[in-house]
Design a binder for this molecule. Structure first.
Ligand SMILES: Nc1ncnc2c1ncn2[C@@H]1O[C@H](COP(=O)(O)OP(=O)(O)OP(=O)(O)O)[C@@H](O)[C@H]1O
Length: 234
């Protein structure tokens, strides 16, 4: 299976302080499911930001979709970002737009015509169980409903990779399970999924999922040992 992501000795420093991420090396295989775990402050959100190109590393190599993402020209960023769906920790829904219009946003930004938007948005609303709430605006939706709108919006552009930051942080265990099933069904269609979570109950729920663990900005291997960076591969 081809690698969709490769990190080699990646470091990230905000300002002049200590490195938030140090010597992080890993590959993500296309079509696989990954959980990213670690204590609060371990660097999970920072690592995800590098993955969805919201942040550039201060050192190291990142290859994404087979290309060098560190030196990617700015004008190519939007095209790359469209290939990655992101579910933010704080949803980031547009409050004055309905659930329907929030989900439609990525297609509108890509220039899809209004008539071609209707069917996929309805399909997404049904997929996340919110057909009846299409006209509701985010402030009138529950946390779990907002989360499902955010997931539908992240997925409607059929991204090759889905990155979700604590997607079950604001919902009860039943809803967490339902959300995880959405990610699992997407993964079965071939999307690479990366879910950052504190929720250890979730970790055993996807039998084939692989675990990545951060501790103080360093990636540990599954036994808890520090992961040794693999030799540089061109
Ligand atoms: N924009 C920023 N500027 C400066 N420091 C930052 C910034 N973003 C994160 N940090 C620091 O980097 C460290 C890692 O934060 P990060 O949010 O990546 O951790 P996390 O594992 O996602 O935590 P949580 O589980 O609480 O969301 C923290 O010490 C945090 O204060």
């Amino acid at each position: 299976m081809a690698n969709i992501v490769q990190f080699e000795n990646v470091g990230l420093r905000y300002g002049t302080g200590e490195e938030t991420l140090s010597d992080v090396s890993f590959t993500l295989a296309s079509g696989s499911f990954y959980f990213l775990t670690g204590a609060s402050g371990a660097g999970k959100t920072s690592l995800l930001k590098l993955l969805y190109l919201a942040q550039r590393p201060t050192r190291g190599l990142i290859r994404l979709f087979g290309e060098d993402a560190v030196t990617l020209p700015r004008k190519r960023l939007p095209g790359f970002r469209r290939r990655i769906g992101v579910v933010f920790q704080d949803f980031r829904l547009v409050p004055h737009l309905s659930a329907y219009d929030n989900i439609a946003l990525p297609l509108r930004v890509s220039g899809v015509s209004n008539s071609d938007i209707v069917a996929p948005v309805r399909e997404m609303l049904a997929w996340v169980g919110l057909s009846e709430r299409a006209a509701a605006k985010p402030p009138t939706l529950s946390g779990g409903e907002q989360q499902r709108v955010a997931i539908a919006r992240a997925v409607i552009g059929r991204p090759e990779m889905l990155v979700a930051d604590e997607p079950t942080g604001n919902v009860d265990p039943d809803m967490a399970e339902r959300l995880l099933h959405l990610f699992e069904s997407l993964n079965r269609l071939g999307t690479t999924v990366v879910v950052a979570t504190h929720d250890f109950h979730l970790l055993g729920r996807i039998p084939n999922a692989q675990m990545m663990r951060l501790d103080g900005g360093k990636l540990l291997d599954p036994t808890g040992a520090l992961r040794i960076p693999p030799p540089f591969a061109a």
